[in-house]
Design a protein around this ligand. Structure first.
Ligand SMILES: [Zn+2]
Length: 125
């Protein structure tokens, strides 16, 4: 089960909007309109440990069978650098289970499947 999160608090994806006006509708079943919106909702799902959402928004050919977000990693922030076409480049700041901070930089690729954007995969740019 995802962690509870108040609708009126700033969205975990760092957009500056409320959760209700940003990623909450996606987490409740609405289809994000752009790859960036999907990417933000997936980052917020990592924050909220919403494994079911992450798996559901992953392309079936690349998604893992299971996902375990209870290893103690904390997601501290997201910066989106570029969103163009089906690609989004971002940096996520993490605190690893051992306490160290890490920057995850990725260029993600998305695809449309049955009218919805899904995450395909990512590379380090
Ligand atoms: Zn958001």
């Amino acid at each position: 089960m995802p962690l509870p999160y108040p609708s009126l608090k700033p969205c975990p994806c760092g957009s500056g909007r409320s959760y209700a006006a940003c990623c909450e509708p996606a987490h409740r079943g609405a289809a994000p309109e752009t790859p960036e919106a999907l990417m933000r909702s997936r980052y917020a799902a990592y924050v909220l440990q919403d494994e079911a959402y992450l798996l559901a928004s992953w392309h079936p050919e690349t998604r893992p069978g299971t996902l375990d977000l209870s290893d103690g990693t904390r997601y501290l922030g997201l910066r989106v650098y570029r969103a163009q076409g089906d690609e989004v480049t971002f940096t996520a700041t993490l605190r690893l289970p051992d306490g160290h901070r890490a920057q995850l930089r990725e260029r993600s690729t998305f695809a449309r499947l049955d009218g919805r954007w899904v995450y395909v995969d990512g590379v380090t740019p």
